[in-house]
Each structure stands twice: as C-alpha cells, then as structure tokens.
Ligand binder design. Sequence first.
Ligand code: GLY
Length: 390
Amino acid sequence: MPAKRGADVLSHTQHTSYDVVIVGGGACGLAVAWRARARGLSVCLLDRGALGAATSAVAAGMLAPVSEADAGEPALVALGLESARRWPAFAGELEDVTGMPVGYRACGTLVVARDRDEAEALERELALRDRLGLETRRLLPSEARAVEPALAPTLRLALEVPSDHAVDPRALCSALATAAERAGAALHPGVEVARVIIADARVSGVELPGGERIACAQVVVAAGPWSGALEGIPTAARVPVRPVKGQSLRLRDPSGPGLLERVIRFEGGYLVPRGDGRYVLGATVEERGFDTAVTALGLWELLRDAQELVPGVLELEVEELPVGLRPGTPDNAPALGRSTVVEGLLWATGHHRNGILLAPLTGDLLAAELTGEAVVAPAFAPDRFAAVVA
Ligand code: GLY
C-alpha cells in the first residue's frame, strides 16, 4: 500500500487531536479502537500498512485456550479461557453491527498422536487438563475416525477438546475495521508513526515521518512484532517484543468442504478447516528475526507431518504460502495495559500465538484501562520487563 503523507492524513482527519491514538491496525488494535469508541473516546488508529494485513492476515484463527494450555502459566490459561468465553457474543455483535461474517466456527478440536511417544505425551496432556479442570475427552483411534473419517488408520490416540474453536482472522479484521469506522474511529492505513511524543514522562501525541503531529493524551501500542522498535519511548518504558516466524499453507479442496470438520492439532502443526473447503496448514515456529522467506524445509515438514495424519491433505490445491511474524515477549505472555513509567502510554502487544483468541478481551481490557479503570492482572503488566530492557 502506498504510504499516505502526513498532510493527507491530517486533511482527511476531522481533528488533529484525539483522546487516543492506536499504533497498529491488526485484530487487537482494531478491537481496542472499536471498544474505546463504545466508551465515548475519540480514537485515531494508524498503521503503516493495510489494516489487518500483517500478523493477523497470516494467523490461522484457532481459539484454543485448552489445547494450548501450559500448566506453568495459570494466569495465561485463565486469560485465554476468559477471552474464549467472550468470543461467541463478540462475533455475534460484530456480525450484527456490520452485516459481515467473521467465520466463527464452534467446531471443536482433536489433538492427535501418530506414534507411541506422541500418544504418551497426549496422555500426560490429558492428565494435566483434568487437573486444571478443562474439558477434554480421550478418544480411541476408532472413535476419532468415526467423527473425522479423513484421519489415517495409523492414528494412535486422540484428545477431543470440544470448546476449542476457530475464526477467520481476515474476515474478522475486515469486520472490525468496518465496526470501528462506523462507530466513529478515524482509521488510517498506510500511515507510519515516526515517534511517540513524550515530555516530562507524559504522552502528548505522535509524530508522522513528515513532522506532522497528532495530539492525544493516550497512545496504545498495538504494533505486534514491531512494537518494541517504536521511537520516542524511553528504555525504561519499553516492552521487548521479538518476531517469531511462522510459515503456513493455505489449501483448498476443489471438491468442496467435508474433508475435516474439526481443527486437527498434531506434534509440529495444525489443520484448520474454514468450513468452505479451504484449510490452513500451519505453522513453523522459528526464531529468525524479521526474516519472512518461504523455505522448502518449512513447507516440507508441515506437509510431511500433516499427511501422516490426514493423507487427503496431499490432494488439496495450494492457494497461498503465507509467512507471518508472531509478537513474542521474553515470557511469551502479552503486555496489556498502562505503563507506570510514562503517563498515557498503554500496550496491547506480545500476544505471541494467541492474538486472535485474545482480541475480544484485549479490546475490552484496554478500553477499560483507557477510561481509568485498572483491570489488567500484574502478570501482564507492560513494565514487568524493566530489568530485561534496561
Ligand atoms: N496460533 C497458532 C500459531 O501461532 O501458529
């Protein structure tokens, strides 16, 4: 997308002053914009690219707090469960106000094992989820194949997670942008923020590359893996965010839907059916900085593993080979809420593998914080990394 010049932005913007400027127009930034408008705040959102076109456009859209649960991270599990609980109403409200489908599918998930080692690991996962009180069910291979006949006969074991669902992140971002705009947010794709203007430890606006300024009392940084590099923020107030590369394949069944109904997760990846004959096969997890190259090895490993469990995957047509960068913090949990170092600086970033799952809750929590409520748990406080960035 060609970059808009600052003067164009200011001439198309009703105001040059807002209650809130949001930097980043992915699912979380857009959710914050929508929810902040609902609380009566004036909102301007800027993204240097197209809305929802970076990490969110590559996300598979799994809403999987149970299958991704980590016993060592109880606060993160609770956060994911709470956001999953909000998803049906969030999707329904978005579809009602925009008339646009978001592809929310209450399809459930099967976690599958293809050999003895994976089956033993799955038994441990089952015991762990039982201890956490999360609803899962052990399925014998015959039971798993009865509900998903495309699974290979060599399957060893499956875990059914009836509450882990999926949504289409691209449809979601389109609907969120429409909802936020209709609610009165000023959305500016193609506009980079050169720096956040901070003086005397207080936010007063943002500056665009041409020197134009948009005044605001509060800035929300929702720029995904680019959040840590935003200029103007003092070191002590920064959140260190690194890119975590994920390669994936977008596949399509020329004969239509029906190969899989549920999300299938396996050691090394997942297959997410969109319900219309399209599938997302993902994703690698690579620590390679901002590299977004598609590699033969990445694709081969995904296809090798997937076809062992769902042989029919090799019959599908390849539509696209997206590569994305997840935003990871040092503890891989998000940074949500208000800086204690700079007044008016808030963060909604670092969602790592869970940005789409956490979008509804991120929108609600940040909107509450923006209107003066302190609602985010200390486990997600943006300043918890002070020792790391200092
Ligand atoms: N949420 C799945 C992934 O990040 O690959």
